[in-house]
Design a binder for this molecule. Structure first.
Ligand SMILES: Cc1ncc(COP(=O)(O)O)c(C=O)c1O
Length: 362
């Protein structure tokens, strides 16, 4: 057999037909596409961090349970002592780990429709059935269909981003509670955007036997460290810990996260600045007669004039401003762009080009 024949024999057809996750090269661009924190750290802190990293013993394996990070993160996030925490190489890895536990069980993964793509992508990779459950016209949970859908699809795990990506809204508390109380599936409330909302569901992990909370440090300024968390009752966490690769959080990330949390006031100030810039940007966009969906995250979903989203995305890109075009991704997202909240001068540059493209007369 030649190499191609070996590949055909070994790699499942579903993988051969799929594409690797694509990330646009954004070198030199104003980057408003990936929900990153746009602020960097002062030079003095960067050199202290360099010293801290220089002291890391890279010849040794990392601390497999990342104890130093555990202590600082539990206290910074005010995680109750009764709950345990599992760390992942980004919450993407935690999503993979959770879904992998369903392989061969016949039980499915469910998530809102539309929502964060990795729930579906990873379910597909692990060949675990995936079902997208509908949102209503306000992008809220359609409780009746959810309860029915979780039951009829034999859901094992349902991911609920709160707030949701890419819509940016929080689901109504009562609806989420009704879903949690109606199902025998595990409900993973994904609080990736917790820094930008007052909503906090950690106590649900204590209150409900079938709820876990997932968080990440990516959105508050540590996307490069790839650090996610699963928070929940020790009985749940110890089971998932059996699936975790022993050294999944590398030594440099552990040290960088501990260092960052020693200076958590900077992360908090930056998140507060993003929240206030979100408010300003929302108003500015509303003045331009485009529909702006209410956001509790660090991005805003904006509906462009009919049929023009892609052209506006391309127009912004041609002057090195990168946003995310969601037109064509899902019927509810027709004509939309998702714009990450940047620093004020980045918003201003984007708005100026938008004015030209929309011909607002400004
Ligand atoms: C809802 C949601 N969950 C999880 C993630 C993944 O975050 P991480 O960078 O920790 O893998 C994202 C990233 O955009 C997200 O939007």
């Amino acid at each position: 057999m030649n190499r191609d024949q070996f590949i055909q024999r070994i790699i499942p057809q579903s993988i051969i037909e799929s594409a690797a996750y694509q990330v646009v090269d954004s070198t030199g661009m104003i980057k408003l596409d990936a929900m990153e924190n746009p602020y960097s750290w002062p030079d003095s802190l960067r050199s202290s961090l360099a010293n801290r990293l220089a002291a890391c013993e890279l010849n040794r394996y990392p601390d497999p349970s990342a104890r130093a990070v555990r202590t600082s993160i539990k206290s910074w996030m005010k995680i109750p002592n009764a709950l345990s925490v599992l760390f992942g190489n980004g919450s993407d890895e935690i999503i993979a780990l959770l879904i992998s536990s369903l392989i061969g069980s016949g039980r499915s993964v469910c998530a809102p429709d539309p929502s964060f793509v990795m729930f579906k992508v990873l379910a597909k990779q692990f060949r675990v059935p995936f079902h997208a459950l509908p949102l209503d016209e306000e992008m809220d949970l359609d409780t009746g269909q959810w309860i029915e859908g979780l039951n009829s699809n034999d859901a094992g795990i349902v991911f609920v981003p709160q707030p949701n990506n890419p819509t940016g809204n929080l689901f109504t508390d009562d609806r989420l509670r009704a879903v949690v109380e109606s199902t025998d599936a595990l409900v993973v409330i994904d609080e990736a955007y917790t820094a930008f909302t007052d909503a906090d569901y950690i106590d649900w992990a204590e209150k409900y036997p079938n709820v876990l909370i997932m968080r990440t440090l990516s959105k508050i300024g540590l996307a490069g460290s790839r650090f996610g968390l699963l928070i929940g009752a020790p009985e749940w966490i110890s089971e998932y810990d059996k699936l975790r690769l022993p050294y999944n959080i590398n030594t440099l990330s552990q040290a960088a996260v501990v260092f960052a949390l020693e200076h958590s006031e900077i992360l908090e100030e930056q998140s507060a600045a993003i929240r206030s810039e979100r408010q300003r940007l929302t108003l500015e966009l509303e003045h331009r007669n485009v529909k702006v969906w209410p956001s509790e995250a660090n991005f805003i979903l904006v509906e462009m004039p009919k049929g023009r989203a892609f052209e506006i995305f391309e127009g912004l890109k041609s002057v090195n401003i990168l946003v995310k075009c969601l037109d064509g991704v899902h019927p509810a997202l027709a004509d939309t762009l998702r714009i990450t909240v940047g620093i004020p001068c980045e918003s201003d540059a984007m708005l100026m080009v938008l004015d030209q493209l929309l011909d607002t007369g400004r």
